[in-house]
Design a protein around this ligand. Structure first.
Ligand SMILES: C[S@@+](CC[C@H](N)C(=O)[O-])C[C@H]1O[C@@H](n2cnc3c(N)ncnc32)[C@H](O)[C@@H]1O
Length: 224
């Protein structure tokens, strides 16, 4: 089946890179998309997907999915919905789902903002993971950073009371930006935290650390 991804318009937090996939990623897509992919536009029926899950976690921008698969494997009681615009990453995460026989991960392809707005019921998500969002370092591009006042309103609406978001970044000015945006919101409480022991290292994070970037982790809780 042809995969449906969100198209959308307006300022985007991502730039679409090449769509070229490896043979293995493409093969995983063909084999497993119908089982683990959710088509854009289909309302996400959480009770049906994860009837017994302890928590429902949505990951925004999973990249190649290494952290997603590792976290899902370590927490089989939770249900994970992983969102990414980059097709090779979708293929890669499907291959990891197959390799680890994961039963608790579903994937949606497209822009997380549109997907959250249109496919998830309000107050249905326990937590968000946002690991190494694109930093958009040039000032003229700062407006493309996914963390902004509108984003906070959207995730607050989708979270249950006392739901949370975990964020990591290796870009110090973005860490400051994240702190400032949350500080200006009356809807969340929290701040910088020590690196959570459950958060695996990703290739992307490794590249930052190799350049001596300081990594900051944040945990914010939605006020009811
Ligand atoms: C810098 S990478 C980090 C990937 C991964 N989280 C990691 O730690 O390795 C950021 C990812 O977020 C994705 N992304 C950015 N904005 C997005 C959006 N609005 N919806 C879905 N994915 C998005 C990009 O395609 C990219 O793969």
């Amino acid at each position: 089946m042809e995969r449906q991804a969100s198209q959308g318009s307006g300022i985007k937090s991502f730039r679409l890179r090449g769509k070229r996939m490896t043979r293995a990623q493409n093969a995983a897509l063909i084999r497993s998309w119908d089982q683990f992919g959710i088509e854009f536009g289909t309302p996400v029926d959480i009770d049906h997907l994860f009837p017994n899950a302890r928590e429902i976690i949505v990951e925004i921008g999973f990249g190649m999915g290494d952290a997603t698969a590792e976290i899902a494997k370590a927490h089989p009681d939770n249900g994970y919905v992983a969102i990414e615009v980059h097709p090779p990453g979708i293929g890669k995460l499907l291959s990891l789902i197959e390799e680890h026989t994961l039963k608790n991960v579903y994937i949606i392809e497209g822009d997380a903002i549109e997907i959250l707005e249109s496919m998830f019921k309000d107050h249905s998500i326990n937590g968000f993971h946002l690991f190494f969002p694109d930093p958009w370092p040039k000032q003229k591009h700062n407006k493309r950073r996914i963390v902004n006042a509108e984003f906070l309103k959207l995730i607050h609406r989708k979270l249950i009371a006392n739901g949370y978001i975990n964020i990591a970044t290796d870009w110090v000015p973005y860490a400051q930006w994240i702190s400032d945006v949350f500080a200006q919101s009356a809807q969340f409480t929290g701040g910088e935290v020590p690196r959570p022991t459950w958060r695996p290292y990703t290739k992307f994070e490794g590249k930052g650390l190799a350049k001596d970037h300081r990594v900051s982790d944040f945990h914010y809780v939605a006020k009811g």
